[in-house]
Design a binder for this molecule. Structure first.
Ligand code: F0G
Length: 462
């Protein structure tokens, strides 16, 4: 299709629609108050544009829905399992494929086996469920990105890269026998949806070989990452995104995937490993906690849709639309004067709330204040990725804030049209106008793990 085309059109048409409820600002104020100022606790029917996550929220294609009807629901050795196993083996080049009900189930199994007290996991950035599953075993999770990646304005092509020199230091410090695994998250969700270069993973592979370490690829956005490599890294412009993803996956010893992202299904996950001994341990845990090895936590129809989605996602026109449409939102926000993490990542736009709401101290969660305003002004649901999600308390109960206070606008795959996105841009005009009148929030209830999911807050009016 012509590169001169000005409007980025969606490379699909709509066959089935789901109505959205239009609500008033008064209604939303009440709903948010009832939800303890935590949008995770809102009813989705009260949300107009749902940017909470790109996970499990994508629209399946006609072929995937047809696959749902063709699902084989046999307990063992189902046809749908054979289909899924073939697609995943082909993609990963790994011999042992385990289906799970979602990404964190794969994490619980793999890190439950590898982890334990005294063990250390090192990653570019552990996603929150990854960290929680590791810490739950008593092990430690350490994030190492390059300093520039923590600067929301540094304009670099691969801000998701793992810090290779720091990795060597950490191996020496903790001893290679205590490093349970190195995990490379592509794209790097928690630090802005930023891509990881092939060169970085190749160098990482070399270090892992040198010290005999296990390399895990958390690749739930492996196709989006491949698009960035194709367009930003030298030597890849003539390769297909699928070839690039295959090349990267062949560098790993294990692969965990939340299929709810780049396999464009509403539920599903994968764990694949290269080593037989590890595969046997994983399969034993899979059977105890998820289900038999040929369905894991999934119905046959889910596996069918997953196999089809994992193929469709590598369509070059789809990936171009996907990455460019996310950038459309981010670039326009930036030109309005909204501070955003730059460059724009694959699945989401991250707003720098510390900058936008600079009058709110980090102890009062400026990110959460923006999340609440987006809902009240526009019925838009987003998620805070800052001190509410990652902040810790020291021994005196004083908060140690996160490095950044970001708000993630995660874009579901194939769901919203450009006019939905233009509406979001209009709401940001209201936010910019009112930003200096904003107050922060304080927590009134928090659970011991993953507090952002269920914490309750109130306005800090002091
Ligand atoms: N790894 C990464 C990089 C993720 O982004 C997620 C989920 C998981 C693992 C866990 O997968 O949800 O299927 O259990 N991320 C979602 C998000 C929840 O909103 O970014 P899961």
């Amino acid at each position: 299709m012509s590169e001169k085309m000005r409007t980025l059109t969606e490379p699909f048409k709509i066959k089935m629609v789901e109505p959205l409820k239009v609500t008033t600002e008064e209604y939303r104020k009440e709903a948010l108050k009832k939800a303890g100022y935590n949008p995770f606790l809102l009813k989705s029917s009260d949300v107009f544009i749902d940017f909470l996550t790109d996970s499990g929220t994508g629209a399946m294609s006609d072929k995937q829905w047809a696959g749902i009807m063709m699902g084989d629901e046999s307990y063992a050795g189902a046809r749908s399992w054979e289909h899924l196993e073939k697609v995943v083996k082909d993609l990963t080049g790994m011999p042992y494929i385990l289906p799970t009900h979602q990404g964190r189930a794969a994490e619980r199994i793999l890190y439950g086996i590898l982890g334990g007290k005294g063990k250390v996991f090192i990653s570019n950035t552990h996603f929150d469920t990854t960290r929680a599953n590791i810490e739950f075993t008593g092990a430690t999770a350490i994030d190492i990105v390059y300093e520039e990646a923590e600067d929301p304005e540094a304009d670099l092509p691969f801000k998701g890269n793992i810090h290779l020199e720091k990795l060597r230091e950490l191996i020496k410090k903790h001893g290679k026998e205590n490093i349970a695994a190195v995990i490379i998250t592509v794209t790097n969700n928690s630090s802005g949806g930023q891509p990881v270069s092939m060169a970085n993973v190749q160098a990482l592979r070399k270090i892992c070989d040198e010290y005999g370490l296990l390399l895990v690829i958390d690749g739930c956005r492996i196709a989006e990452n491949a698009y960035f490599i194709k367009h930003r890294e030298e030597g890849f412009s003539n390769k297909s995104c699928e070839e690039i993803a295959k090349q990267m996956l062949r560098l790993g010893d294990a692969f965990v995937m939340s299929a709810k992202k780049d396999a464009i299904v509403n539920i599903g996950g994968l764990l694949t490993v290269r080593n037989e001994e590890l595969a046997v341990k994983c399969k034993n845990l899979l059977i105890i906690s998820e289900g038999f090895t040929t369905y894991g936590g999934l119905a046959g129809r889910d596996m069918e849709a997953l196999a089809i989605g994992l193929t469709e996602v590598f369509d070059e026109d789809y990936l171009h639309y996907r990455i460019r449409s996310t950038a459309y939102l981010g670039e326009r926000l930036k030109s309005k004067g909204v501070p955003v993490v730059w460059p724009i990542g694959g699945h989401a736009v991250y707003v720098d709330a510390k900058k936008l709401y600079n009058q709110i101290p980090v102890e009062q969660f400026p990110g959460q204040a923006l999340v609440c305003d987006l809902y009240i002004k526009g019925g838009i649901r987003a998620v805070e990725i800052g001190s509410l999600m990652f902040g810790k308390n020291d021994v005196n109960g004083k908060m140690i804030p996160a490095i950044n206070e970001l708000v993630r606008l995660a874009i579901p795959r194939r769901v919203y049209t450009q006019s939905h996105i233009d509406y979001v841009l209009d709401i940001f005009d209201d936010i910019l106008e009112l930003r200096n009148q904003k107050t922060g929030y304080k927590i009134t209830y928090e659970p011991p793990f993953l507090r952002h999911f269920s914490a309750l807050l109130e306005k800090n009016l002091k």
